[in-house]
Design a protein around this ligand. Structure first.
Ligand code: IPE
Ligand code: IPE
Ligand code: MG
Length: 246
């Protein structure tokens, strides 16, 4: 049975997840960090399915940051291979569920075979109108802002024309709405360079659970907690005049 929420429950259009805690999950079991990444991948697959069943429009997964290159070559290579295998193996699943894969991050800094695989899957799924899964891979918020500035300069945008809306158009995925909710697993209270521009008014949820232990039920809980948040975007809901001195 597909995973569902009660009727008329507000479902966020875009959920981002900082999938942290794979290494600690493995260490707790006296296993190699790579085993944690394998388990993390299984969780990611389940959460993609759950997000699709719930009718979430966009799911961003922080897979590998621009800072994660600081890890050992073995761990980095393992993660890259895992991503490549995942994309190749899941194509049929993406087709069946009409899931569109997108990439956020610097593809030029990726190993050429990984960049090519991502390009291929993005192309092969581009007409699918179901859940959009944005894989943040070799992604950094600061790096995205710099690459966006370079793109807008190359396009000849002049200072007088530069607004927030124009800038937004040069981000990695300009048509994807800002995330409503960003979840971080693994117990740390930081965003580690994820969606600096897009997350300006996201609701944040920091959870202790390590990513491999995150379940469909945890996603559902997160949506319930999100529904209980009051989003104000700097305004005064219900009474716009409140706070203005006569
Ligand atoms: C997140 O888990 C996956 C990546 C950053 C690639 P970690 O590998 O950071 O796990 P911890 O934080 O060391 O437990
Ligand atoms: C954030 O996790 C990046 C990803 C989940 C891909 P990290 O483990 O890299 O973050 P820090 O180093 O604890 O800030
Ligand atoms: Mg970590």
């Amino acid at each position: 049975m597909p995973f569902s929420m009660p009727p008329r429950f507000p479902i966020p259009s875009h959920v981002g997840i900082i999938m942290d805690g794979n290494g600690r999950w493995a260490r707790k079991r006296n296993q190699l960090r790579t085993q944690g990444h394998l388990e993390g991948l299984k969780t990611a697959k389940r959460i993609v399915q759950a997000a699709s069943d719930l009718g979430i429009a966009c799911l961003s997964l922080y897979v590998f940051s621009t800072e994660n290159w600081r890890r050992s070559a073995g761990e980095v290579g393992f993660i890259m291979t895992l991503v490549k295998q995942y994309l190749a193996a899941e194509l049929e699943f993406f087709r069946k569920n009409r899931i569109r894969i997108r990439h956020a991050g610097d593809s030029e800094g990726l190993p050429p075979d990984i960049a090519e695989e991502i390009r291929r899957v993005c192309r092969d799924t581009e007409d699918f109108e179901g859940l959009q899964v944005i894989l943040a891979l070799n992604y950094g918020g600061r790096d995205e802002i710099l690459r966006s500035i370079k793109r807008l300069l190359a396009a000849g945008v002049v200072q007088e024309d530069l607004t927030e809306a124009v800038f937004r158009g040069y981000l990695d995925n300009p048509d994807i709405p800002d995330p409503d909710l960003i979840i971080r697993t693994g117990g740390d209270f930081r965003i580690s360079n994820f969606f600096l521009w897009e997350g300006a008014y996201s609701e944040y949820l920091f959870l202790d659970k390590l990513w491999p232990d995150f379940s469909e039920e945890d996603l559902r809980d997160a949506l319930v907690r999100f529904a209980g948040r009051e989003r104000k975007f700097g305004g005064i809901p219900g009474n716009p005049a409140d706070g203005i001195m006569a």
